[in-house]
Design a binder for this molecule. Structure first.
Ligand code: S3P
Length: 175
C-alpha cells in the first residue's frame, strides 16, 4: 500500500505537487475537491452556497472514508479537510501525511494570483487575504502539524517526498 497524502492551506501547492509525484512514482492522483464535485455534480462554490460549509465538511469526511478500499494513490486534500471532526486522524490512519508549510504572505500572493475560485476568499483584496490567512492558519496549525512529515518550503519537492516515502515503506518500493 502506497498512499501519499498532501495537506496544507489553500494555495500551498498540494495539487500541483501531487500531480508531479503521481507521475514520477506511477501512482494515481486524486484531488478531493474535484472528486467531491464529480460525485455531487456541483462545484465546491455551489455546494457552499446551496448547502453550506458544514454540509461540505460532511462530504469531505465521507470521501476520506471511501478511500479505505483504494490501495495506492497520491491525494491532494482540500485545505480545510484535516481541521474538521476526526478527519486528521482518519488521514493519518489512511496513509503517510505530508504538510506543505508556507507563510501567510506567500500563500496570500499565490492565492491572489490564482485562477481557481475558492468560496472562502472570493473577492478579497490582498491585505484582507493576509489577515484572513493568519487567523485561519493559527487555528488550523494544530491539526496540520500532526502530519507524519512537516515540509518547509525548500523541501516541498517530488524527490524529497519520493525519498521519504521509500524510506518509510522500503518493502513497497516499485522496481
Ligand atoms: C477550503 C479549501 C479548498 C476547498 C474549499 C474550502 C478551505 O481547497 O476545499 O474551498 O477550507 O481551506 P484547496 O485547498 O484545494 O483550495
Amino acid at each position: 500500500m502506497k498512499r501519499i497524502i498532501l495537506i496544507g492551506f489553500m494555495g500551498s501547492g498540494k495539487s500541483t505537487l501531487g500531480k508531479k509525484i503521481a507521475k514520477k512514482m506511477d501512482l494515481p492522483f486524486i484531488d478531493s475537491d474535484r472528486e467531491i464535485e464529480k460525485r455531487h455534480q456541483k462545484t465546491i462554490g455551489d455546494i457552499f452556497t446551496e448547502n453550506g460549509e458544514s454540509f461540505f465538511r460532511t462530504l469531505e469526511t465521507e470521501y476520506i472514508t471511501s478511500l479505505k478500499d483504494k490501495e495506492e494513490f497520491v491525494l491532494a486534500t482540500g485545505g480545510g479537510m484535516p481541521c474538521f471532526g476526526k478527519n486528521m486522524e482518519l488521514l493519518n490512519e489512511l496513509g503517510t501525511t505530508f504538510y506543505l508549510d508556507r507563510s501567510p504572505k506567500e500563500l496570500a500572493n499565490r492565492l491572489y494570483n490564482a485562477k481557481t475560485r475558492r468560496p472562502l476568499i472570493d473577492g478579497m483584496e490582498q491585505e484582507e487575504l493576509v489577515s484572513f490567512i493568519e487567523e485561519r492558519l493559527s487555528a488550523r496549525d494544530e491539526y496540520y502539524k500532526t502530519a507524519d512529515v512537516i515540509l518547509d518550503r525548500d523541501d516541498q519537492s517530488v524527490s524529497v517526498i519520493e525519498d521519504l516515502t521509500n524510506l518509510l515503506h522500503p518493502h513497497l518500493q516499485k522496481s
